[in-house]
Design a protein around this ligand. Structure first.
Ligand code: NAD
Ligand code: AOT
Length: 315
């Protein structure tokens, strides 16, 4: 399958690496010139904590591919949420009738943006519990743990067979992908994990385990998750607060992904970039207000992250 990874940063690097090792025909799309130059010169360097491996993967700027188009079966979107629309604008000429587009970004509601550029039959939504980081241009770090997974579903009712096929291809690469009839449940479940950890770890400058070991972590996680559960219920998604709290706490395991610094930390603290907080916590505060549901933790961490972005002069 010809697979284009649209956004070849940390997660795009992980997925591109694993899919290419499994024999898929992978191309990377990015716009970060130093990263592109490093991958072209040395290959993509992948550090899984034990072994450093280098894989040769073709990488292009969007406009290079648009000038010399290739047939693509599957695009996996892996930009940050603030960059999603720009990426879709840039690659729209590459999306043909047979091109499926899978969104695995964190956060809620990306389909509204994607539907402006891709026909509904070709859109697949999902989420992932895999993690990744960047050690520098051309260098991806895969934190501990092999228990990541992907859950996905077709947006259009007639595209289920394609969704099953995409899940199969990802699973063959060890990405543990499965189809769900109710992907919004899975997206909200993953959003609980991001909502309770990404902003807080960024403000505390801590990884998942370090935050998880603090005395207040249980209260912070449970209260934040409670806000997601209430908003999800108003949207017809039934989440259990105890189950979601326990689920989030599995991320604190040092033998798993506990050493991971969330992508919000990677953006703001390591790269001095503005973050996805509006799509992770902010959206819960906005939806909560519309439904008359109180969401003080989500509203407060969103404001704190925006304050920190301003103080650090993030761009
Ligand atoms: P990242 O910032 O490392 O990578 C995004 C890449 O997209 C960058 O290399 C950037 O140059 C590229 N890009 C953005 N706009 C572009 C454009 N218009 N044209 C070409 N390239 C463009 O981000 P990431 O950490 O890999 O996260 C991607 C998504 O996955 C986010 O929604 C994040 O929340 C989610 N996610 C991340 C993790 C993690 O552990 N990092 C885990 C699960 C989900
Ligand atoms: C995460 N982290 O998704 C993954 O860094 O954006 C991220 C991310 C799984 C469980 C908890 C947090």
């Amino acid at each position: 399958m010809k697979i284009a990874i649209a956004g070849a940063g940390a997660m795009g690097g992980r997925f591109g690496y694993m899919l290419s090792k499994a024999g898929q025909d992978v191309i990377l799309i990015d716009q970060w010139d130093v990263h592109i130059a490093a991958i072209r010169e040395h290959g993509l360097q992948v550090n899984d904590g034990d072994v450093i491996e280098t894989v040769q993967l073709p990488i292009y700027r969007p406009e290079e591919l648009v000038a010399n188009p290739v047939d693509i079966d599957l695009v996996i979107l892996f930009t940050k949420s603030l960059q999603l629309e720009g990426m879709l604008q840039a690659i729209q000429p590459l999306i043909q009738a047979q091109t499926s587009v899978l969104c695995l970004l964190n956060g809620i509601g990306h389909e509204t943006t994607i539907e402006k550029y891709v026909s509904k039959e070709n859109i697949f939504l999902g989420c992932t519990m895999w993690t990744a980081g960047l050690e520098g241009p051309g260098k991806v770090k895969l934190p501990g743990g092999v228990n990541g997974y992907v859950v996905l579903q077709n947006l259009h009712s007639e595209s289920k067979q394609t969704a099953l096929r995409i899940a199969e291809v990802l699973s063959t690469a060890g990405l543990h992908a499965r189809y769900s009839d109710h992907v919004l449940y899975e997206i909200y479940k993953k959003a609980c994990a991001n909502g309770a950890t990404n902003a807080v770890c960024t403000l505390l400058e801590a990884n998942l385990s370090t935050f998880g070991e603090t005395t207040c972590a249980e209260t912070i996680v449970r209260t934040t998750v409670g806000e997601y559960v209430a908003v999800a219920e108003a949207e017809g998604v039934d989440l259990d607060i105890d189950a979601m709290t326990d689920f989030v706490k599995t991320a604190f395991d040092p033998a798993g992904i506990g050493g991971h610094y969330p992508s919000t930390y990677q953006d703001l603290i390591l790269m001095n970039r503005r973050t996805e907080v509006d799509c992770i916590n902010g959206i819960i505060a906005v939806k909560g207000e519309a439904y008359g549901i109180s969401t003080p933790y989500c509203a407060f961490v969103t404001e704190l992250i925006h304050c920190k972005e301003e103080i650090l002069g993030a761009i």
